[in-house]
Design a binder for this molecule. Sequence first.
Ligand code: 7RM
Length: 642
Amino acid sequence: MSERTYPPTPEFVRGANVQGMDGYRDLFNLAEAQPEKFWGDLAEKEIFWFEKWSHVFEWNPPFVKWFVGGKTNVSYNCLDRHLTTSRKNKLAILWEGEPGDQRMITYQELHRLVCRFANALKGRGLKTGDRAVIYMPMVPELPVALLACARLGIIHSVVFGGFSAEALKARIQDLDAQVVITADGGWRRGKEVRLKPAVDEALIECPTVKHVIVYRRTGSETAMQEGRDHWWHTLDEGVSEVCPAEPLDSETPLFVLYTSGTTGKPKGIVHTTGGYILQATLSMKWVFDLHEEDTYWCTADIGWVTGHTYIVYGPLSAGATSVMYEGAPDFPQFDRFWRIVDKYKVNIFYTSPTAIRAFVKQGDQWPKMHDLSSLRLLGSVGEPINPAAWEWYHKVIGGERCPIVDTWWQTETGSIMIAPMPGAVPLKPGSGTLPMPGVLADVVDLSGKPVEVNREGFLIMRRPWPSMFRTLWRDPQRYEENYWKRIPGNYLTGDAARRDADGYYWILGRIDDVMNVSGHRLSTMELESALVRHPAVAEAAVVGKPHEITGQAVVAFVTLKKGAWDHDTLGEELRKWVAHEIGSFAKPEQIRFSDTLPKTRSGKIMRRLLREIVTTNSVTGDVTTLEDLGVLTKLAAQHDDE
Ligand code: 7RM
């Protein structure tokens, strides 16, 4: 733990949306004492409602409703309401493609694009409650697709472009989606990443999909299936620019986003309308200290929750100007991000510890090539940031002038839960600091009792909050069991944490079999199920190994069925197999072949021991429940041969 603290500078405090610890405490205390008043007043002030709600929330643990009976529309809040203000010709999106092409889109223009596309969706017969799966590169039409769905109450589910056809198929099937919105491809490191062929492959077994809409990005040859597939530009031609936003009930599902859990099957996290847009909007002002004149950039992909809340919904609802970038940080060379910061004079920059560690490794010469003096606030998300990377970010990128907001949250929480308000809370490198107003976090033992200062425990939330997920798609039982049963009535985050003497939260990592590779959530079970689907594999056990850049790397222990297998070629084949089954970002770094896996007498694989082997190459932990001790020496010895 780093001992140094960084209080906000007087200049920063003076201009901040929330000023000083008193400013933070007043909000926090009011939210704690009078949640209905606190959230009710904010919802009225920050959000447009077609019809006001009858009560602020209804909590029937573990199910909650926010702004009950209220009618609103997320797309209206992100677009229409700005058009009668000085924001109408303000830039909403400053987009840069990887090849260097640019588009500058004002709020008015974005509204036009969204209305036209929403009318195109209507023209295909799509309506409130239908499901659209979106599989696109980082082009402006991706936010346009989300906002058009939101406008009509069509539930969208974005599948990250790095997922394979198999993973895409599973999501389309789980949702019984009616439409897939995609593109011919996108650009990544100078190469085309094809998307439409993966859609075609997935759709062989997806009878519910009646329409595929294809945006032309790369212009490469694309097969179109008559009657099913439509080019975006053809549907868009001559369509009306008038499409009123539907007044939707506050609890209308907005999107489903799949995320890894402890089993092999990803969970469909369901977010709804009113509560989600309220907290997305507020966190822009509280955590990113957004001001009217700021240029803001979140480097995430819209395929992950960070992109949903902090590229699309939060910034647009708050009326921000956002930079959006299509490609890789190292293309054509490692200064691309800093070139963009310099070119558009970015003020607020939000990225991941993985990216920061990669930049540290490449050296200071890349950021030094550019003027980064426009930056005034930096952010981090996805995994714990190690103090050394924090210090580098602060010094080399932030010029020792910019606060860093380390933001802890999850797909399930919808918006930032634990993070400093930068004009109020002194920073400690490596800590997310304090919970947001209205977030009643705690660190507890198995009986739900708070643990002592600096002791490790389970991170939980004691109260519902507006942007929390409402359920798992078509699986309320798993929702209840997974998150609410262990410590009854409280939300179990799945993270371990400790709280220091100042009440600051330090996140220690997952308590379940969920890994975090480059800030992407992956489950051991999901990877293991993928591996055993391969004809050569009898059994697989997957663990995370600490990795200098990505936080964790995937190591797979594999036992084979009888046969003459060539380990060298099979190892590579299995890595490719995982890329095929899940996506290339999930490829194991290592495949280790073994005759047996360490198991308990009841047959459970002891991943804890495998984790120790890959980390320290020895086992010192408790092995009394292990069936066959010889397994361990074999596994460790095998590594020495490598
Ligand atoms: C936003 C996002 C959630 C998991 C979460 C943590 C880890 C995220 C931080 C963090 C330490 C942070 N959603 N995590 N942010 N750990 N400090 N600032 O990442 O659903 O994909 O992942 O990520 O373990 O439970 S997510």
